[in-house]
Design a protein around this ligand. Structure first.
Ligand code: NAD
Ligand code: UDP
Length: 318
């Protein structure tokens, strides 16, 4: 930063997939980082390389409980993100989204910190507008199996904007689209990790539905770069802001890409599509391009290659 002032950043969910990459980037940018995580889906393996770093502190903490620390920036990422995991503990998921948001917003008020919310494209639900712009209000089933996450994140956004309106808190709301990369958990349940792990084990590749539904996948390095840029925007820019990679693929195309990179003998197996699974998703990132001077750099083939290398080492030890 060049000012000699040490910025303290709190990353909730910092032992998770995205959070651990964010901790790496913040430390590289000379922050002091506190990582708070309850290890529901996170892993100490993701942050083991940081444990000896004097600028890094790990707190085993559940954000549904208030937290008192000194911090200048809060990145609120704590929340299970995979449908398999959040649907296993739906009430705790809503509690994390809502009580967790209130606790972190209160902490931001008490410590004079800026606060960024890791919101999600799931606030758009099964979208009827394509691609999705920030102006779209979404199409969400409020009582379905995904609603603990979708409505939890929507409520968190409402809380962020109420704290901003009522308490003038400097907030930043990022709507993150599907992100992938090294340090996803091998049994995370999301499509990229599932397909890669299945291909490496020569197990069937499980496509839910007929494979025609779409997603747009962003490599994690691109995402955390956008998160740090968003935190650095002026106080009057609060979002919501879409971040993701707009290149959209069908799930069948993704399976074929993964099979092409991994090789092996896996066959494709079609399984029933889960309830309320969004049919298509693609971010409109015009606002991110203009306000953050950012756009994703890593092509899907390259990011998948890196991710395959990570899982190959993890699974086969080579
Ligand atoms: P992840 O499951 O790997 O990480 C979530 C982390 O939060 C884990 O380390 C978990 O242990 C921790 N956590 C969960 N509940 C907690 C609680 N109550 N208190 C403290 N820690 C808790 O998932 P991820 O993909 O790294 O997602 C991180 C954030 O980004 C989440 O908020 C998610 O909603 C958001 N997001 C992710 C994606 C994506 O595609 N990966 C897309 C949109 C939004
Ligand atoms: N999916 C799939 N096979 C899997 C896991 C997921 O076909 O083994 C599909 C899932 O039904 C969805 C898409 O891939 O249509 C993305 O799923 P993921 O859980 O990764 O993210 P989300 O649905 O939250 O976007």
């Amino acid at each position: 930063m060049g000012t000699g002032v040490i910025v303290k950043a709190l990353v909730t969910g910092g032992a998770g997939f995205i959070g651990s990459h964010l901790c790496d980037l913040l430390l590289a940018k000379d922050r002091q980082v506190i990582c708070a995580d309850n290890f529901y889906t996170g892993s100490e393996e993701n942050i083991r390389h940081l444990l000896g770093n004097p600028n890094f502190e790990l707190l085993r903490h559940d954000i549904t409980v208030p937290l008192e620390v000194e911090t200048d920036e809060i990145f609120n990422l704590a929340c299970p993100a995979s449908p398999v995991h959040y649907q296993r503990i739906p009430i705790e998921t809503t509690r994390t989204c809502v009580y967790g948001a209130i606790n972190m917003l209160d902490l931001a008020c008490a410590s004079g910190a800026r606060i960024l919310q890791a919101s999600t494209s799931e606030v758009y639900g099964d979208p009827q507008v394509h691609p999705q712009t920030e102006a779209y209000w979404g199409h969400v089933n409020p009582i379905g199996p995904r609603s603990c996450y979708d409505e939890g994140k929507r409520c968190a956004e409402a809380l962020f904007f109420d704290y901003w309106r009522q308490s003038k808190l400097p907030i930043k709301v990022l709507r993150i689209f599907n992100t992938y990369g090294p340090r996803m958990h091998p049994s995370d349940g999301r499509v990229v990790s599932n397909f890669i792990v299945q291909a490496l084990r020569n197990d069937p590749i499980t496509i839910y539905g007929d494979g025609s539904h779409t997603r747009s996948f962003c490599y994690v390095d691109d995402l955390v770069d956008a998160m740090v840029r968003m935190m650095a925007t002026p106080d009057d820019f609060v979002g919501p802001l879409n971040v993701g990679n707009p290149s959209e693929v069908t799930i069948l195309e993704l399976a074929e890409l993964v099979l092409g990179i991994v090789g092996g003998k896996s066959k494709i197996e079609f399984k029933p599509l889960p309830q309320d699974d969004p049919q298509q998703r693609q971010p409109d990132i015009d606002l991110a391009r203009s306000t953050l001077d950012w756009s994703p750099r890593v092509a899907l083939e390259d990011g998948l290659g890196e991710t395959v290398r990570y899982f190959r080492r993890l699974i086969n030890g080579n």
